[in-house]
Design a protein around this ligand. Structure first.
Ligand code: NAD
Ligand code: IPM
Ligand code: MN
Length: 347
């Protein structure tokens, strides 16, 4: 029997509930489709930080390297550990160390879910650059706590980094509706974003079958709300992609529906699957977190592992569940009830 080793990092807050939910669904799918998933859980989180002074052990990255994939819930408990410490100690180093440069975030409405828009029938695939740009971590502060203080946060964009994410987007567009939106702010940011636009134009020559449009991020943000059906694949830098995908989540009906795959496209290290949302401290411990985003991310993991039939079946089960009105209204159905309904639809 084929077997896949999965590193499970539930993390903080609702991360624990939604990964448990997704794991239940994934194990059921594996059983039905005749393969095995072996989960190894790591307690790395803000609680772990309070106990050990680190978000993950020093050899955490090396420990994860041997797994076929990583399923993560959410990281962050800002009341006790500053986000700048927790995220830079766990989530962001994994994306970078494993060169998970393509962050894929699909946005479409599940049956029975009424998003806040009157629009219907949109199907957007956001491809977010995931290892550099505004998240490079380069910068510093001088003259701290004086009126002369200056804080600098440098965005680093490399030709290799921009080319590979745009090519990834072009390839995705080829397998879909052949439309690519490349997102920058080149009217205001004259180095990195002009550079990105130039590379977009250069690569467009290699993909004559794909219709490419360059948008400014502010206009694209409005378009995602006013005319989401006009968009197919959207490629954006790390920060712009982060913001646009919370808009994507919103038009899908909420953060509880938005899935995400941090892909290492050449397979040289594991890829990581997680919902777009965070640890939701405001609803943690209430048992009402929507697990669908994480279950959907789990389906993306199965697809990445090559278990396409099982992945498709999980999505069918999610769709059958929401079509019955379960998990369609935030807070109405408990995490366990939504999970049980998806599992029942699988069998
Ligand atoms: P958040 O995504 O945790 O929550 C935003 C809002 O969406 C909240 O009202 C929350 O209740 C709601 N929400 C989120 N997921 C939901 C779900 N599955 N079901 C129902 N409602 C849901 O964003 P935040 O409040 O800005 O961040 C909280 C913490 O999570 C911070 O520490 C932040 O840095 C961290 N965070 C982590 C990740 C990650 O690990 N990938 C992502 C985003 C935020
Ligand atoms: C996300 C999150 C993270 C990001 C944070 C928690 C660092 O918002 O995955 O969208 O900005 O990448
Ligand atoms: Mn985000």
């Amino acid at each position: 029997m084929k077997s896949y080793s999965i590193a499970l990092i539930p993390g903080d807050g609702i991360g624990r509930d939604v990964t448990a939910a997704a794991w239940t669904v994934l194990e059921t799918a594996a059983k039905n489709f005749g393969f095995a998933l072996t989960g190894t859980e790591f307690p790395w989180s803000c609680r772990f930080f309070k106990e050990t002074g680190r978000m993950m052990p020093e050899d955490g990255i090396e420990t994860l390297r041997g797994f076929d994939a990583i399923l993560l819930g959410a990281v962050g408990w800002p009341a006790e550990v500053p986000d700048s410490v927790s995220l830079h100690g766990l989530l962001l180093p994994i994306r970078k160390a494993f060169v998970q440069y393509a962050n894929i975030r699909p946005h479409r409405l599940l049956p029975g879910v009424t998003g806040p828009l009157r629009a219907e029938g949109f199907d957007i695939l956001c491809i977010r650059e995931n290892t550099e740009g505004e998240y490079s971590g380069a910068g510093g502060r001088v003259h701290q706590s004086t009126m002369d203080e200056v804080a600098v946060e440098t965005s680093i964009f490399t030709r290799a980094g921009v080319e590979r994410i745009l090519r990834f987007g072009f390839e995705q567009a080829r397998s879909r509706r052949r439309k690519l939106a490349s997102v920058t702010k080149s009217n205001a940011q004259k180095y990195s974003m002009v550079f990105w636009d130039e590379i977009t134009r250069k690569l467009a020559a290699d993909y004559p079958d794909v219709e490419v449009t360059s948008y400014h991020v502010d206009a694209l943000a409005a378009r995602m709300i006013m005319a989401p059906e006009s968009l197919d694949v959207v490629v954006a830098s790390n920060l712009f992609g982060d913001i646009l995908t919370d808009i994507g989540a919103a038009i899908q009906g909420g953060l509880g529906y938005a899935a995400s795959a941090n892909i290492n496209p050449d397979g040289s290290a594991p890829s990581m699957f997680e919902p777009v949302h965070g640890s939701a401290p405001d609803i943690a411990h209430l048992g009402i977190a929507n697990p669908i985003a994480t279950i959907w991310s789990g389906a993306m993991m199965l697809e990445h592992l090559g278990e396409k039939a099982a992945a498709g079946r999980v999505m069918q089960a999610v769709e059958a569940t929401t079509a019955r009105g379960i998990g369609t209204i935030p807070g109405k159905d408990r995490t366990d009830a939504i999970t049980a309904a998806v599992v029942a639809a699988l069998t």
